[in-house]
Design a protein around this ligand. Sequence first.
Ligand code: ASP
Length: 321
Amino acid sequence: MRFKLTILALALSIAPAFADEYPSRPITILVPYAAGGPTDTVARVTAQSMSKILGQPIIIENALGAGGTIATARAARSEPDGYTLLVHHIGISTAPTLYRHLSFDTKTAFAPIGLITNAPMTIIARSDLPPNTLKELIDYIHANGDKMTFGHAGLGAASQLCSMLFMTAVNKQILTVPYKGNAPVMNDLMAKQIDMTCDQTTNTTGPIGSKLVKGYAITTKTRLASMPDLPTADEAGLPGFEVSAWHGLYAPKGTPDAIVQKLTKALQAALRDPDLVKRFTDINTDPVTQEEATPKALKAKLDSEIDHWAPMINAQGQYAD
Ligand code: ASP
């Protein structure tokens, strides 16, 4: 008993000191998709600013596969010491319904740090696809959809969610081609190996602007100031069509509160960093507000999004095991 009390006293006295010193070595952020893609870009831009603030390098590790669930599972079971974190997007909230055998409970497996950004998505196609407007694209799909291909980043990716919503909205199934991220999807789209995709502005702003791909619509309620000619899906022929990729930063459950608070403060400071703001603005995504970059806001978003998407995914009935 006495021995146990001594150990407890020792642990209590060490914990705050440990948090004070945190971080004393490089931090790793797991990213579920390929390097050079949209989620990777959000993670790298954020990590660069946070690293300046925390005074330690932040290493990005792309842990690919199974629609993002490999990285999520690794993050969930990693040491809760603040040295392994996860950047994930909306896909973390669809995976619990799509994947019926996840090794963790998404709602309780993490200590959320805060939201990062909310990236609009764009419906795009290879540059030589004949239709020029969303309405023409829909007609073209009705006539030629059986021969077309729709690339996405795997069951559970934002691009897959958008593809599912799009095909439901146009009432036509197109053959989907799963990749391990939107970086390789974009390469194949620019090389005209596949016909179309739905991808985040963080990845598509450049290629649409330089006409390497054809942009048909943005999936948010309002047009982007920097691409005023790109209509919203709602106004161009798909009323009510709306989806965007919110991103969050997570630590594993059990991470000491003092470390979570330090990471939240660093994230909030990063989101005020003019370098980060400029880089995000250039790729048409806005950093979230300081109130959203908090554990409470991310937890609320995660839980409500899991509940929001579940019925829609169940209605679709496409699962992974
Ligand atoms: N965020 C992308 C998606 O969900 C994947 C990626 O980042 O490459 O489709």
